[in-house]
Write a protein that binds this ligand. Structure first.
Ligand code: NAP
Length: 323
């Protein structure tokens, strides 16, 4: 008998076809998030679930006694109760390896957009306020030759640093562990402590995962250590940054601007941030290109199928289950 599986979104047809051949596939036909109750109901009988923009918590696990694999369509897996899965020896997989460059592109797009006031300029032209060439119109900040600080020097952080090198930026980073020497050499990147990173960066880009340790990693104290000319970019997770503190810092010009793809209570955005002109806002689309979304979904399908066929999937985030 084919294993029963559930997919939480209507993913691209080639991916659903790939899954439907060896599995008894059901999927949520709307591009909307499922509630915990809906997830629990949908996972009741299944052996595998592909989670895309949904939460899978203890409540769902309790209702899914046959579950053998949780395949997350995304690299961050703070939406999954990994500890609960590990206790049940259920492998959890992510889509590391196919979305780093795309997410780094968006981080750099936000950096350039806020530094050079691209969104403000676009609005200025569309509002037909542009009447003549002006010497002092929409002055921004230089990006080239500035210091780029990377908080969380993993796959995406390093990809952003590579873009920074292309703009002749000086690269500083902070992670709990030092990057391999070859990576430091290639990117001319220097490991510094968080205070130095905050104090010296002209652009600070966040790339840590959301964990209990990184919740509100950047709050009022950290923002206070940044230069008043500095910009903050967040494409990691909203809760890594204290949004209230950021709004206060932007209003008081304690920092120069921000570019945000992620928010504390998505899809809500702190009301003050929507009113502040020197912040560029995007609706959590870091990996949102046609090519990358297809690659993510296909990789998630392969992870799921590997586990269902008794093989170790390539992207397991809780390898303890195979110990
Ligand atoms: P990764 O390769 O695991 O890199 C994360 C880095 O953060 C690691 O180098 C880790 O190094 C560092 N880190 C972890 N905890 C830390 C801490 N407490 N203090 C300092 N550094 C810490 O992950 P990635 O693939 O680059 O992805 C990073 C995050 O981006 C994901 O978790 C996800 O939340 C987010 N993301 C967002 C989008 C989007 O659409 N906006 C798309 C993809 C990913 P150490 O262990 O040495 O500290």
């Amino acid at each position: 008998m084919k294993p029963k599986i559930f997919v939480t979104r209507p993913l691209p047809a080639p991916v659903l076809e790939r899954l439907a051949a060896p599995c008894d596939l059901e999927y949520h036909p709307q591009d909307t998030p499922l509630s915990t109750a809906q997830m629990a109901e949908a996972c009741r009988e299944v052996e595998g679930v592909m989670v895309c923009g949904a939460r899978l918590d203890e409540e769902v696990l309790r209702h899914a006694p046959r579950l053998r694999v949780v395949s997350n369509v995304g690299v961050g897996y703070d939406n999954i109760d990994v500890a609960g899965c590990t206790r049940r020896r259920i492998p959890v997989t992510n889509t590391a390896g196919v979305l780093e460059e795309t997410t780094a592109d968006l981080a750099f797009a936000l950096l350039l957009a806020v530094a050079r006031r691209v969104v403000e300029g676009d609005r200025y032209v569309r509002d037909r306020r542009w009447k003549q060439w002006e010497w002092g119109l929409l002055w921004g900040a230089d990006v080239h030759h500035k210091t780029l600080g990377i908080y969380g020097f993993g796959r995406i952080g390093q990809a952003v640093a590579r873009r920074g090198r292309g703009f002749t930026m000086r690269i500083l980073y902070h992670s709990r562990h030092r990057a391999p020497e070859a990576v430091e050499r290639e990117l001319d990147a220097q490991l510094v402590d968080p205070q130095t990173l905050l104090g010296e960066s002209d652009f600070l880009s966040l790339h840590v995962p959301l964990t209990p340790e990184t919740h509100h990693l950047i709050g009022a104290r950290e923002l206070g250590l940044m230069k008043p000319t500095a910009f903050l970019i967040n494409t990691a997770r909203g809760k890594v940054l204290d949004e209230e503190a950021l709004a206060r810092a932007l209003e008081s010009r304690a920092i120069a601007g921000a570019g945000l793809d992620v928010f504390e209570q998505e899809p809500q955005v702190h009301p003050a941030l929507v009113e502040i002109p020197n912040v560029v806002l995007m609706p959590h689309v870091g990996s949102g290109t046609a090519e990358t979304r297809l690659n993510m979904a296909m990789l998630a399908a392969e992870n799921l199928l590997a586990a269902l066929h008794g093989r170790r999937p390539p992207n397991v985030v809780n390898p303890e289950v195979y110990a």
